[in-house]
Design a protein around this ligand. Structure first.
Ligand SMILES: Nc1ncnc2c1ncn2[C@@H]1O[C@H](COP(=O)(O)OP(=O)(O)O)[C@@H](O)[C@H]1O
Ligand SMILES: [Mg+2]
Length: 234
């Protein structure tokens, strides 16, 4: 579905991504793990067009998308749920959701997605008249995910959805991610919490200093001594 071929990205002279080759199959749930500053957010930003790669190619459903403007990429079916949520804090839950649906002109698809979202996160339904800024951290993350689902994406990019959340809330978010995947949405998730990532991810890519240093199924990676020591703490 998505293929990155030899992608490089620089911020000024600093290299953030180096020769990234990444292939995501339809209906897969892939996870990129790696430490702070490894280039995980940059990788997602390059896919969704927020950064233009300096070298390489990105194909989505057989078409080149690198160099396209973000809204064009959204229209093709890629939705990016960014790091640290970026909600409209003064607006209600409902209005935040409407903002997420601006590419979804089809009313019946919108309503169907909304129904799915409220099933996924009943909390949001209860709180739909509440201002986003007054939600708890976990609820804000739910809202961010919900918003990026309203465009009914083919590929969902998620940047550290569990950041700063309590373990119980993290678990809830990850259950929702699995449910989204089971509904057939292809997902690329970036996550620092390797333990959680390995629980849900099918294919895991380890990104370090802008390079993919290892990849495999979570079972394969769990057996790697270095992964065990550095990322799983066992
Ligand atoms: N807008 C930017 N300008 C300059 N450097 C940046 C910018 N965004 C990220 N970087 C740098 O690029 C590297 C990768 O960052 P990032 O993709 O945010 O990593 P991660 O998400 O894995 O923490 C880091 O060294 C970071 O400081
Ligand atoms: Mg990041």
């Amino acid at each position: 579905m998505l293929e990155m071929k030899k992608i490089y990205h620089y911020y000024g002279k600093a290299r953030a991504l180096e020769e990234i080759n990444l292939k995501i199959e339809e209906k897969a749930l892939d996870v990129v793990i790696g430490p702070n500053g490894a280039g995980k957010s940059t990788l997602l930003r390059v896919i969704s067009g927020l950064e233009e790669p300096d070298r390489g190619k990105i194909e989505f459903l057989g078409e080149r998308i690198d160099g396209l403007k973000p809204h064009k990429i959204t229209k093709k079916g890629i939705s990016h749920c960014p790091e640290r949520r970026r909600l409209f804090y003064d607006m209600t839950v409902e209005d935040n959701l409407k903002m997420g649906a601006y590419v979804q002109k089809n009313r019946s698809i919108y309503n169907k997605q909304l129904e799915f979202i409220f099933e996924l996160f009943p909390r949001l339904k209860e709180r739909r008249k509440q201002r986003a800024g007054t939600l708890s951290g976990g609820e804000q993350q739910m809202l961010a995910i919900a918003r990026s689902l309203l465009s009914n994406p083919k590929l969902l990019l998620m940047d550290e959805p569990s950041l700063g959340l309590a373990p119980k809330v993290k678990k809830k978010i990850f259950e929702a991610i699995e449910q989204i995947k089971n509904e057939g949405t292809t997902t690329l998730l970036v996550e620092q919490d390797a333990v959680l990532a390995m629980e849900v991810g099918e294919t895991i890519h380890l990104l370090e200093e802008g390079k993919i240093e290892m990849r495999g199924t979570s079972e394969e990676l769990k057996r790697e001594p270095r992964i065990k020591k550095v990322y799983l703490g066992i």
